[in-house]
Design a protein. Structure first.
Length: 337
């Protein structure tokens, strides 16, 4: 199994979140061809996760990552050193590396399996469904672009909608109306001035104002406005949520629409480490074993128009995944701390 060829084949299948059926079918066929006992786990609307195991070896270590990508679809290309395209590093190259590692490990009689998921880029729906039917694995090696470094922690995410309401009026007579957009600007400015939590081990909580919408027309005083915010969590969120609500009180409502918790992660001795400032499916896979996080590629090029993965790093990932699995299988609790 050539991970470079498989990466390109997967990248060339459009699988933006919600449309993972075709890439799931391709993976299902490939894993069946390679001799794994392979299952489609229904999720929703012709979407399914793909689970691959070995008949005579209930998996103790499961490799997992996601099949979906962010938009837009970008087909693959390559040069001497890199593979380009949407999903090259996030996370179709990782899928190829994990399959490559399992192909090696199964020759040693290792008890490994694979779980490839839908929906990570949107709401981790595939992971939530998978967590309803765990298979008894002890360790979950999750793949995201960490530059082949083992993550010691993964920041959480708090998605907040800030909503303001006003009163419509003719823009020539603003005193007869009440601008929801002006209220929203006031609320956002207050939130931008908030002092956010810091964690000495993983860094600061950060805020991104990702989307603003509202209004009717340039000549109408707006009666409604909304902003979508994303905080990257570095610890517990209760105090932050309370402060957000108090900060916008009187001008806006703040509603939490998604929360993924901050995670401290296990490590394996001898591997270089990093902090993942992004979220993963790991919090939604709590029943699949002790989680570890490592993958080839850089998050700095994921979600960009020049997303790529280095071929050398892809092959290194196969070696690292094999070494990690062997160490974890060999000594259980003594092999990770």
């Amino acid at each position: 199994m050539d991970p470079i060829k498989l990466t390109r084949r997967l990248v060339d299948i459009e699988s933006i979140s919600g449309n993972e059926g075709a890439v799931g079918a391709e993976l299902y066929d490939e894993l069946c061809r390679l001799g794994y006992t392979t299952h489609k786990i229904p999720v929703a609307h012709e979407r399914f996760n793909v689970l691959a195991t070995l008949d005579d070896l209930p998996p103790q270590v499961v490799f997992s990552t996601h099949m979906d990508t962010v938009p837009p679809f970008i087909p693959s290309s390559e040069d001497h050193d890199k593979i380009y395209g949407r999903g090259a590093c996030d996370a179709k190259g990782i899928i190829a590396a994990q399959i490559g590692a399992c192909q090696r490990l199964r020759k040693d009689g290792a008890a490994v399996g694979m779980l490839f998921l839908v929906g990570e880029e949107r709401d981790s729906l595939g992971a939530k469904v998978a967590n309803e039917s765990p298979i008894g694995s002890k360790v979950l090696i999750n793949g995201e672009p960490t530059e082949n470094k083992l993550a010691v922690a993964s920041k959480g995410a708090l998605r907040v909608e800030v909503i303001t309401r006003g009163k419509m009026a003719h823009s020539a007579y603003p005193h007869l109306g009440e601008s929801a957009i002006e209220k929203l600007l006031t609320a956002l400015e207050r939130l931008r001035k908030m002092k956010l939590p810091e964690n000495p081990e993983v860094g600061p909580c950060t805020l991104n104002i990702g989307l603003i919408e509202g209004g009717r027309a340039p000549n109408v005083i707006p009666d409604f406005a909304k902003a979508q915010l994303l905080y990257r969590l570095v610890g517990e969120s209760d105090a932050l949520k309370k402060e957000i609500a108090e900060t916008v009180a009187g001008v806006a409502e703040a509603e939490v629409v998604l929360e993924i918790p901050f995670m401290k992660l296990r490590t394996v001795p001898g591997l270089e480490t990093m902090v993942a400032a992004f979220t993963t499916d790991i919090p939604a896979l709590s029943k699949w074993g002790t989680p570890l996080l490592l993958g080839p590629g850089s998050i700095h090029v994921a979600h960009t128009d020049r997303e790529f993965i280095a071929k050398k790093e892809l092959h290194q990932a196969v070696d690292l995944y094999c070494a990690m699995a062997r160490q974890l299988l060999a000594g259980s609790a003594k092999t990770y701390r």
